[in-house]
Design a protein around this ligand. Structure first.
Ligand SMILES: *Cc1c(COP(=O)(O)O)cnc(C)c1O
Length: 430
């Protein structure tokens, strides 16, 4: 079997890992990838990630390295930084964060002293762990105050469950945070940095925009840009931006020194230059006009998926979507069905999603009453609104027949047929 693997010509001494890589490629090809934070990178990004740049130590920044031999590495990192600045029209870029979480911690470290107050979004209403979870180191260093969403509403003209900007303003006046954080990990509506800027200016706070999820939509012009509005913009490169796993930070020139120092030596050691080369490849892809078409298609697909899921009987949190995410409340579909059980049975049917709390969820974060689904990955694979409608029907059928193993097996086969028409990696024969 490893004789026909696309990996075996590179990995000649480790059949166990070759088999696992084959299995994972096969899983990604034959099941639906609907995790909202995932995507399929291009073969070019994969190749750069797997390059000899992994061998090089390059602590420091281009032109200011601690070790010798970094002339070419400097060119790689400069290319990545310059492309990223061009992509977002930013004054300064740092491409070294190993992850979005590291980008956030470094931004806090650059802007704040320990004990300073940060106003960020509640975790159980869509915020991220690094926005002050008790389990995150961020909450041990800084003092977090949290804002949330408006109450649910059944009026389609005035959807509830959107960021409560009045509450953000009230809390900002009351707690005088040094930093306000905009951005979320499970939120389906546009977050406009300008709304937050107005509030931050009223209380003299700095503004950070965590664009981990919408970075690719912003790059493609399908979501308003926070660059030039927020003081600092952090993001991941592997979600809608479709690059390698990693993070990045954008800021104004006057904050560049503090941001760079907070990443290295503040938080990290040697940068992952193979990942930085892969980021450069992804940024070039995102500069291509075809990426803008992709970003808009991602949003159109999320809309199609949301409407079809609503027709299946699921309630849409915040009444719909403006981005790549759809958040489902399962209780209208089936009061007994938890997010945990739904995720498991969908997995058996080859439909990969994650359970998620819904606002004011009575169930624990481990069980939940909701699901989060996203369209970034399958849009990359070429799917459109018709396939989104088909996916919604398959999800409804799976969850209705969750106690019928034969029915789940049949759906699993239908999923494989659908995925076969939209192979994310036609160039990786196997
Ligand atoms: C995904 C995400 C992050 C963290 O990214 P990692 O690369 O997983 O560390 C940070 N903030 C938000 C809002 C996210 O959604």
């Amino acid at each position: 079997m490893s004789g026909t693997s696309p990996f075996s010509s590179w990995i000649t001494n480790d059949p166990e890992i070759v088999r696992l890589l084959d299995d994972e490629l096969n899983r990604q090809r034959t099941t639906l990838q609907l995790i909202a934070s995932e995507n399929f990178t291009s073969p070019a990004v994969l190749a750069a990630s797997g390059s000899v740049l992994t061998n090089k130590y390059s602590e420091g920044y281009p032109g200011r390295r601690y070790y010798g031999g970094n002339q070419i590495i400097d060119e790689v990192e400069d290319l990545a930084r310059n492309r990223l600045k061009e992509l977002f029209g930013a004054e300064h870029a740092n491409v070294q964060p190993h992850s979005g979480a590291n980008a956030n911690v470094a931004a806090y470290q650059a802007l704040l002293e320990p004990g300073d107050t940060i106003l960020a979004m509640r975790l159980d209403q869509g915020g991220h762990l690094t926005h002050g979870s008790p389990a995150s180191i961020t909450s041990k260093i800084w003092n977090f105050v949290s804002y949330g969403l408006t109450p649910a509403s059944s009026d389609p003209e005035l959807p509830g469950e959107i960021v409560d900007l009045n509450q953000v303003l009230d809390l900002a006046k009351q707690h005088r945070p040094k930093l306000i954080v905009a951005g979320a990990t499970a939120y389906t509506r546009t977050i406009d940095a300008k709304d937050y800027r107005a509030i931050a200016d009223q209380v003299g706070a700095l503004l950070m925009f965590d664009a981990a999820h919408p970075a690719g939509l912003i790059a493609g012009g399908a979501h308003p840009s926070p660059v030039g509005v927020a003081d600092v913009v952090t993001f991941t490169t592997h979600k809608t931006l479709r690059g390698p796993r990693g993070g990045a930070i954008l800021c104004r020139e006057d904050l560049a020194k503090a941001i760079d120092g907070a990443i290295f030596p503040g938080l990290q050691g040697g940068p992952l230059e193979h990942a930085i080369a892969a980021k450069a490849v992804a940024f070039k892809e995102a500069l291509d006009p075809r990426f803008s078409a992709y970003a808009h298609q991602v949003v159109a697909n999320a809309n199609a998926l949301a409407q079809a899921l609503e027709a299946e009987g699921f309630r849409l949190v915040s009444g719909g979507t403006d981005n790549h995410i759809v958040l489902l409340d399962l209780r209208t579909f089936d009061e007994e069905l938890t997010g945990k059980e739904a995720q498991e049975v969908l997995d058996h049917a080859g439909i990969t999603v994650n359970r998620n709390t819904v606002p004011d969820d009575p169930r624990s974060p481990f069980v939940t009453s909701g699901l989060r689904v996203g369209t970034a990955a399958e849009t990359t694979a070429g799917m459109g609104p018709e396939q989104m409608a088909e996916i919604a029907r398959l999800m409804g059928r799976t969850l209705r027949s969750r106690h019928d193993d034969a029915a789940i097996r049949t759906i699993r086969e239908e999923v494989a047929v659908l995925c076969g028409t939209f192979d994310p990696y036609p160039s990786l024969s196997n």
